[in-house]
Ligand binder design. Structure first.
Ligand code: MN
Length: 301
């Protein structure tokens, strides 16, 4: 018997029935923030996103449908290796690889941004013709940061040399919403052909800014979304908030344009560090994940 006051079940996005074989999206929560430099707390991000997602309206009026109908399956939290970013990244890569092998779309919830390295490695070994689109205030192009080459600040650097077998010519990268960089990072991006859509261009005219990079994207696209690409006014709950970021609708517009013409093969959402006393960022994060999934479905629902 179902109690009338029962809360939605604890899964993303609070669906009554979870069926792995029928699910299009597999949610992988990774509660890890071992490489955070300033604000830690992103290990609580996956829980906050899932908890808030249970209260989302599942009908998307803009899409005119209910993306939840495509099926979501939330896995148990992945156990990170405390103090060992490289091992944690490997565990993420193994888990995401298994999800992809079962023909599902992995949606990894971080955690600090280092976990994206594993998810992207897995995607790169499953798909040719892959582009990575990073939504991020930062270029994350430090070859090594604070003693680790698997740091949250090295995601871009690791994408460029993902594995010897899927070298640069098979994986390229575009970063949207960047607004701070070290000179070395800029040089790294130039050398490795990483395209940058600066936040100021994105905020001026998001349609135009995305149109510029669309021809550079390959058939398959992996999205890595660092919540700090958003303006701290709407998304203050991140480890490294940078002023003058994207608005929620600008990020959605960019995702919409990409999803309309490319095959989204996987996504991750990182760096939400829940704030005591302010649950709005958690809800925004959950809504963005759900919206992105709806867009990624394209006409497949
Ligand atoms: Mn960032």
């Amino acid at each position: 018997m179902k109690l009338l006051h029962a809360l939605p079940p604890y899964n993303f996005p609070g669906v009554e029935e979870q069926n792995f074989s029928k699910a299009k999206f597999v949610i992988l929560p990774v509660p890890y923030d071992g490489t955070a430099s300033w604000g830690s707390g992103a290990k609580d991000g996956p829980h906050a996103i899932i908890a808030a997602s249970r209260f989302l309206e599942l009908f998307d009026h803009e899409l005119g449908r209910k993306p939840a109908d495509a099926g979501f399956f939330t896995l148990d939290e992945l156990e990170p290796a405390r103090g060992d970013a490289k091992e944690t990244v490997k565990r993420v890569a193994d888990a995401v690889s298994e999800i992809l092998a079962r023909k599902k779309t992995p949606v990894t919830l971080g955690g600090d941004h280092s976990i994206a390295i594993g998810a992207i490695q897995a995607a790169a070994s499953h798909f040719d013709n892959l582009s990575v689109v990073a939504f991020d205030a930062h270029l994350d192009a430090w070859d090594e940061f604070e003693g680790s080459d698997h740091s949250h600040a090295s995601v871009g650097a690791r994408i460029a040399d993902i594995t010897p077998s899927v070298a640069k010519e098979k994986v390229n990268e575009v970063i949207i919403g960047a607004r701070t960089t070290g000179k070395n990072e800029l040089e790294f991006c130039r050398k490795n052909g990483v395209e940058i859509v600066w936040a100021e261009e994105a905020k001026k005219d998001i349609q135009k800014a995305v149109k510029k990079i669309l021809p550079k994207l390959r058939k398959n696209v992996y999205i890595t979304f660092d919540f700090d690409c958003l303006d701290p006014g709407v998304m203050p709950a991140v480890g490294t908030p940078e002023p003058e970021g994207l608005q929620f609708n600008e990020a959605v517009e960019a995702l919409k344009a990409i999803a309309a013409s490319r095959n989204i093969v996987g996504m991750d959402f990182c760096e939400l560090s829940p704030m005591p006393g302010n649950r709005a960022p958690d809800f925004l994060a959950a809504k963005l994940v759900y919206k992105a999934a709806g867009l990624a479905l394209g006409k497949k629902l």
